[in-house]
Design a protein around this ligand. Structure first.
Ligand SMILES: Cc1ncc(COP(=O)(O)O)c(C=O)c1O
Length: 403
């Protein structure tokens, strides 16, 4: 950046760190033949009938704005979906907003509730955008570290320890990116007690709700007493394989959506009209396709977890999403060193755990949303890399002991 511009910039933006994921992938993009376990998106193409509905919408000339919160028909489908799948009830008329991805819904949530200096608890390791979005809304992100001993699940004790009189909200993400950890109903019930006691608002990122592998999904808004303090975030990107469509939604108590819509109408106006027609089709007729994708991810998860543990990279079995988060501590490398050396030596791209906050150090994130053949090859390469590290460690230890 030209130094002359520095004085024009907002102090908050100057302080933001660039995403650790981006930095790494800029390097990977310069190398040929890389197998990427880095991307956080499905390897499936959006189901055909969804694409067809959007094409038809364009052909029929639906090129105008829609109502600010989205087509009522789509909000009705979302309302039905939330009730049917997760047993949470939202009025399509005034409690649901269709956004530009879950990303924008999270941004909208923070901008709506935060005043300068309010603290927001971010459960770490965490998706890269949460802390910057809190900061951009004037708040202070406060990390709450989780640990692999219990599969990176947030415990009520960990939560309680970080609460101060400035804490206003907590961001919960289950299943989690990057750890894949899943909070079941009992876990959520326990957390809810602390949340109620300290009168917190919960921004519940449920973008991976369709991708749980061992247990039924529980929405935080369905937990007793939590509906009134939850901003539910979800979208089409992950479960329906629609990342590039940039369509998400939020559902919340009317007193909050009424305020949110003011921000949304000035910044965005509405989500793209023709894509909203695609989303209606996704919700009406595509659960079977979602289920096919979910089963495929599950098979791949089992294969990847087993292979990594066999290689000696300790890895818990994640309950959802499409990431594994193995420990690389046994190699003696930092997560950045591991990711960089693996990329250069074996052309496999993974994300250093440190990109997801300090507590991610010592781990790497591997996405298994790629074909089984690619996964098999990637794991062979990781095995070779780790074996190579062990051999060179043994050689240097022998040399060292001779001297
Ligand atoms: C946990 C989490 N939340 C939100 C998002 C953003 O989703 P969207 O594509 O709907 O903006 C992602 C994308 O990777 C994510 O992993």
């Amino acid at each position: 950046m030209n130094k002359e511009y520095q004085h024009y910039l907002s102090e908050t933006v100057k302080d933001l760190k660039p995403s650790g994921i981006r930095k790494f992938f800029d390097l990977a993009a310069t190398i040929k033949g890389v197998i990427s376990l880095g991307v956080g998106e499905p390897d499936f193409v959006t189901p055909w009938s969804v694409r067809e509905a959007a094409i038809l919408s364009l052909e029929e000339g639906y090129t105008s704005y829609t109502a600010n919160p989205g087509l009522l028909e789509l909000r009705e489908e979302i309302s039905y979906y939330l009730k049917n799948r997760f047993d949470v009830h939202y009025n399509p008329a005034d409690q649901i907003i269709v956004t530009i991805g879950a990303s924008q819904a999270i941004d909208l949530a923070f901008r709506t509730i935060l005043n300068k200096g309010d603290e927001v608890l971010i459960v770490e390791p965490a998706f890269v955008s949460y802390a910057p979005l809190v900061a951009l809304a004037g708040g202070n992100p406060v990390a709450v570290s989780t640990h692999p001993d219990n599969g990176f699940k947030l415990t009520p004790q960990q939560l309680e320890e970080k609460i101060t009189d400035k804490t206003k909200a907590i961001l919960l993400c289950s299943p989690n990116n990057p750890t894949g950890s899943y909070l079941n109903k009992e876990d959520l019930n326990q957390l809810a007690k602390v949340i109620e006691k300290h009168d917190l608002i919960v921004v519940s990122d449920e973008i991976y709700a369709e991708l749980t592998y061992d247990e039924e999904y529980t929405s935080f808004a369905s937990i007793k007493g939590m509906y009134d303090r939850t901003i539910l975030i979800n979208g089409f990107s992950k479960g329906f394989a629609m990342t590039g469509w940039r369509l998400g939604f939020l559902a919340a108590p009317k007193a909050l959506t009424e305020v949110m819509i003011k921000i949304f109408q000035y910044t965005t106006m509405c989500a793209p009209h023709m894509l909203q027609h695609g989303a209606i089709e996704a919700l009406r007729n595509n659960y079977e396709q979602v289920e096919v994708m979910r089963r495929s991810y599950r098979r791949r998860r089992n294969f990847v977890v087993q292979s990594l543990n066999n290689i000696g990279l300790e890895c818990h079995t994640p309950g959802g999403a499409f990431y594994v988060f193995p420990s690389i501590k046994s190699t003696g490398l930092t997560s950045e060193q591991f990711a960089e050396q693996l990329l250069l030596a074996e052309k496999v791209a993974v994300v250093p755990g440190s990109a997801f906050g300090e507590s991610g150090e010592g781990y790497i994130r591997c996405s298994y949303a790629t074909s089984m053949e690619q996964l098999q090859e990637a794991l062979k390469r990781i095995q070779r890399f780790v074996d190579g590290l062990k051999t060179s460690q043994n050689t240097s230890e022998k040399l060292y002991s001779k001297n």
